[in-house]
Design a protein around this ligand. Sequence first.
Ligand SMILES: [Cu+2]
Length: 349
Amino acid sequence: MHWHGQRLPNGMDGVGGLTQPHIPPGKTFVYEFQLRRSGTFMYHPHSDEMVQMAMGMMGFFVVHPRDPAFRRVDRDFVFMLNAFDIEPGSYVPRVAEMTEFNMWCWNSRVFPGIDPFVVAKNDKVRIRFGNLTMTNHPIHMHGYEFKVSCTDGGWVDPAAAWDEVSIDVAVGQMRAFDFVADEPGDWAIHCHKSHHTMNAMGHSVKNYIGVNKKDLAKRIAKIAPGYMPMGSNGMGEMGSMEMPLPDNTLPMMTGFAQFGPVEMGGMFSVVKVREGLAKNDYKDPGWFKHPEGTVAFEYKGAKLGEASRDQGPDSGIQATEWRVKDPRKPSLGPDGKPRPAAKNPHSNH
Ligand SMILES: [Cu+2]
């Protein structure tokens, strides 16, 4: 087992073959080392790595500072980004997968099976994550800018901590960010790669946007009972459907909140900031009660016309006439006759 990010004697570093013998099945090995620095770390096997990591063998390793006042926060969350490739209906993850994973997890769970991050208003909050998937994840939190406070290499000096609203975490990296939760609400937090907020079956769906397939669906359903085509208006409608699914899989995107389907899966959760929560209260407080007049609403006034597009000479937009040249034909001049062959300025002929 490799202790990712730790300072330790070389023989405790856990690299099979290099610093110790591989651990055979059924055997137990002992690691002993002193924790020489605090921060956000991980551990994972360094033996048959592709198989063992694809099967989910990995963990987090947070070392708290000896001085509890050092960089102290009120709420400290941690999640591991991990991924599986599990064919819908099957049980065993594919282990020879390089990029086409279909279960994008935090702590081996996917939305809506991930707990919300429950936070009291004005709490100092730290969110830490490590990435042991095989791709990078730009983790984006709504509602706040935050300070990146800890990386693989340790604590970022407060004077050097930088502001972000999304922080990319590369493969094998750890990141932590801090913020003061002064804006109550239900703030989404998610990976910004859109296929990472989907569960299995997000792959290889055909694009039927704009296609009226009522007839088609009927005809296909005759030979494939239960067939349901992807939406004509995009994939969002999948989020509100109760589709029949094979056993051992999950809807591609799902989850309901107070305004309807959330249409998410995978690496998504909600930071729930509420007033008056007790210090250790992590219970889901339900959906945010928005103050009157603070929710986006449908416009019901006079019908809006098309935006006008002025193409006059002073508009700044130049009317452009596009011509397409047929390479088989000589180009024609404004008089409709073939143009004389252009002189090549770089040629001496
Ligand atoms: Cu991602």
